[in-house]
Every structure is written in structure tokens, then in C-alpha cells.
Design a protein around this ligand. Sequence first.
Ligand code: CAA
Length: 263
Amino acid sequence: MTQTASTFQTLILEPHPGVLVIRLNRLAALNALNDRLMDELQVALDQAEADPEVRAIVLAGSDKAFAAGADIKEMADKTAAQAMAENFITRNWERAADCRKPLVAAVAGYALGGGCELAMMCDIVIAADNARFGQPEITIGVIPGAGGSQRLTRSVGKAKAMDMVLTGRTIDAVEAERCGLVSRVVPLASLMDEALAVADKLATLPPLALMAAKALVQAAFETPLAQGIKQERQAFHAMFALEDQKEGMAAFLEKRKPAFKGR
Ligand code: CAA
């Protein structure tokens, strides 16, 4: 599927220098994540990743909802056979987690179920002070289906994860920051400015080193320590083959700003 920004129905793409803002745009359904939206998000991320002008991506919703979860209307009548045959969730949801470029989530309002899971697939989560996070799937007769039981537990530990996944309790932004689910909490009015400032900063940094750093932090959740350290050391050594390493260190020694080229 090749799409231009104007053909997306459930997303609004806002290009900034070096940064692409992808806004979820199903406001009437609190940005419930239906098949169309997840297909479009996959395409938007494919395009952003292929575009050398895009050095960082911000994923945002509205002031009321980042996303209130997978679309319950679309799921309610689904059979197990359909879910298996169409590879529900696996088909397109993990695209965000697989993105190699830095992904900043700007979360205001509800980030529930799949919305919380989507935020957790991002690298840096900036939460507005009105954000609410939760995995309420149990209250509608199911369980988290896009990584919630696994990523939440790795982020916040067993005590909070059990509390949230078993009871469906939602937590506010302050509790989310306290337990390690979000990177920072900011006033709602400055959410997009803060998220863009983070993305702007990322856009000035060496893109290949960012990719390597991101991949290593992600790997820390799946790798024994000694193996992770070994992977980091190999990647660190490989950095010395990049022009950006020479540029970054020369700029420091010459007391000037580096100009990284992604080479
Ligand atoms: N799917 C589909 N539609 C949704 C939705 C969802 N997840 N969440 C909200 N909506 C729709 C509502 O149906 C409603 O539409 P109508 O006006 O057509 O009735 C509209 O958005 C506004 O919602 P409410 O009237 O409910 O708004 P509210 O402010 O009273 O409540 C809310 C907000 C607490 C978020 C409530 O909407 C809610 O509980 N939503 C469902 C949250 C949820 O259970 N999410 C998990 C989904 S399952 C999942 O995500 C599985 C997975 O892991 C992949």
C-alpha cells in the first residue's frame, strides 16, 4: 500500500524539519485502534523509516485520548478462527516496536489496553498530566493482546503489573512516572512542545548510533547480562567505523557543534 499524507483516513501526518508527527485521528471513538488505523500506522512508519529526512518520530493522539484500546466494536463478534486466520494483532501491531528510528509517544488522556501497549512500544513516553494508563481488558472478558502482560511487567515490575492486569485499575500520570512506565510528566498545554523538543534533539544526534543504542536497550529486556554486554561492546567497537564518530569527537575537541550525517 503506497499512500500519501492526504490519503490517510485515521492518521494526520505533520512533517517538521527532521521530525514526523503522526497523530492518531479517530476522535469520535477515542482513537480506538481498528484494523484500518493499524494498517495506516504500519504504512506511515514504513515511509518514515525509509525517508532519510525523518530522524525521529512523535506518535500522538488527542488531548482526550492517546488511544482507548483496540476497537471493541470491530472485535466483539470475532471468532477464534478469524483471529487466528487473519493473524490478529501480530499482522501489523508490532510495527511500532520494530521501528528502528527513535519513537517518542506524546500521551494525553486515555492510554488503555492497546493504547497503553502502543505507548509501551515507543522509546520515550512523554505523558501529559491528564494521562491515564491501564490494561482494562479483563473487564471486557479478555486479556491484554498486544504485549501488555509482558512489556508492562518488564517496565513496572510484578506488583504493579498484577494490580493493573488482573483488576483493570488505571493509573494517573504521576503514578505511571513513579513506577517507570513513562519518561516524564508535563502539563497538558505543553505536551506537544515538550515531545517535539525531545524529537528535535534526537534529530540532531547521529542516526546510526541512535539506532544501535535503541536496539541495545530493547535487547536488554531479552538478553542475559553477559550476552547483552558483549553485544554492546561489539556495537561500540563498530561505531569507530562511522564518520559520525570522527565528526562527534572532532567537534568536541574543536569546541564546535557536530554535524552528523548518518554515515
Ligand atoms: N473501542 C471502540 N470504541 C471505543 C473504545 C474502544 N476501545 N473506547 C471508546 N470507544 C467509543 C465509545 O464506544 C463511544 O462511542 P459512541 O459515542 O459511538 O458510543 C466513544 O468512543 C466515546 O466513549 P465513551 O462514551 O465510553 O467515553 P467516556 O469518556 O464515557 O469513557 C473510556 C472513556 C473510559 C475510555 C471508555 O470509553 C472505555 O472504557 N473504553 C474502553 C477501554 C477498553 O476497555 N480498552 C481495551 C480494549 S481491548 C484491547 O485493547 C485489547 C488489546 O490488548 C489489543
